[in-house]
Design a protein around this ligand. Structure first.
Ligand code: PLP
Length: 380
């Protein structure tokens, strides 16, 4: 990024936490209680309440909250006994945490390509990557659009592979009436600021399997049930009470946040309908949560001109992700750099996400689309 762009003031951020007095009051309540955390497997009052509310929102039997989306992935992998020597199939067009969690449990991430219409894992690429060592697959619901779960499930069931859904970007999205996060054997959510709702840092694991939920709760607190009785290998993945208290309030507001995103996305689709770009594609029976509204341009040069111009005008257009995970320095050092994933490479060069968060007003969307039309016509 040039210095000039780094200096501009982003008036219209891509995403931003939306917090009010209710969150302040919730935090104060925890501070006044003095009970900031609870190291038992079941957790403290606010953790337990947040878990109950979240499971109900998700239409799932259980939700186990942890201290990040990355922790949700790692704890899920541990609970499913994924270990050194095992392979876990992941997309490369995602945030590094998806693959990083696999490495953190000592297993090997195997990167596969995406489908360019949805930017999600190509089920056929998944099938081709399966070996006798494949123990799990992590489909990512990228940008908030559920992965192609029917095809993925068909192959996963055929070969006895566990599905850990990375729904860290997709809370509130759904497929066939089922929430993103409940489409795999377990689903992981993130409450990082800027996600559709936040707890500061935080994450959750969604499951309908009660036995697995018990195990997840133990792993998040050193494999303990009550205290100093480690029965499993675990760690400290606990969500603090302050975060859980914020989460309870944010969850109550989530439907309103999602409605505002959907409205903004609808407006932007209408405005950009005639523009020379590829709009987000939402398959049938699918509800996008519009965490990110991502368009694609003919080539990288055009994408960069438009991105720079939008940034100059204070619009926080952002590329998710400019470098596929297998091409990040650490992954190159592991020998992944030479893998060929043409759709992933193409997407990373041409996608651009535009702000549609609940704080965006119609005039901001008007400004965004006007700039895009202007730049496209000046270079055509
Ligand atoms: C696809 C994906 N997976 C995993 C994560 C990790 O979540 P967290 O940042 O809460 O650890 C994120 C969020 O940033 C994400 O976008």
């Amino acid at each position: 990024m040039s210095n000039k762009i780094a200096e501009v003031v982003i008036l219209i951020p891509i995403n931003k936490p939306i917090l009010g007095n209710e969150e302040k009051e919730a935090v104060l309540k925890v501070l006044e209680s003095g009970a900031l955390t609870n190291a038992s497997a079941e957790g403290g009052f606010f953790v337990k309440t947040f878990e109950k509310d979240l499971a109900s929102f998700m239409g799932a039997k259980d939700a186990v909250v942890v201290n990040s989306g990355t922790a949700a992935l790692q704890v899920s992998l541990l609970a499913m006994n994924i270990k050194p020597g095992d392979e876990v199939i992941v997309p490369s067009f995602t945030f590094a945490a998806t693959a990083g969690a696999v490495l953190l449990v000592g297993a090997k991430p195997v990167f596969v390509d995406i489908d360019l219409n949805t930017y999600n894992m190509d089920p056929e690429a998944f099938r081709r990557a399966i070996t006798s060592r494949t123990k799990a697959v992590i489909p990512v619901d990228l940008y908030g659009l559920p992965a192609k779960i029917d095809e993925i499930r068909e192959y996963a069931e055929r070969y006895g592979i566990a599905i850990i859904e990375d729904a860290c970007q997709a809370q509130g999205a759904s497929y066939n009436g089922r929430m993103a996060g409940t489409l795999g054997d377990v689903g992981c959510l993130s409450f990082y600021p800027g996600k559709v709702m936040t707890t500061g840092e935080g994450g959750a694991i969604i499951t309908n399997d009660q036995e697995l939920a018990d195990k997840l709760r133990m792993i998040r607190t050193h494999g303990q049930t009550k205290g100093y009785d480690s029965k499993l290998l675990g760690g400290n993945f606990r969500m603090p009470e302050i975060e859980a208290a914020i989460g309870i309030v944010q969850l109550r507001k989530l439907s309103k946040f999602l409605e505002a995103r959907a409205k903004n996305a609808r407006i932007l689709i209408e405005k950009l309908n005639e523009a020379d770009l590829i709009l987000p594609q939402v398959p049938e029976n699918t509800i996008h949560n519009w965490y990110l509204f991502t368009v694609r341009f003919a080539n990288e040069k055009i994408r960069e001109i438009i991105r720079n111009r939008l940034l100059k005008e204070g619009i926080g257009a952002t590329v998710y992700y400019p470098t596929p995970v297998h091409k990040l320095p650490y992954y190159i050092s592991l020998g992944y750099g030479k893998i060929e994933l043409p759709n992933t490479e193409m997407a990373s060069k041409t996608v651009l996400s535009l702000p549609v968060n609940p704080l965006i007003e119609e005039k901001d969307l008007e400004k965004t689309s006007k700039i895009i039309f202007e730049v496209l016509s000046s270079i055509s």
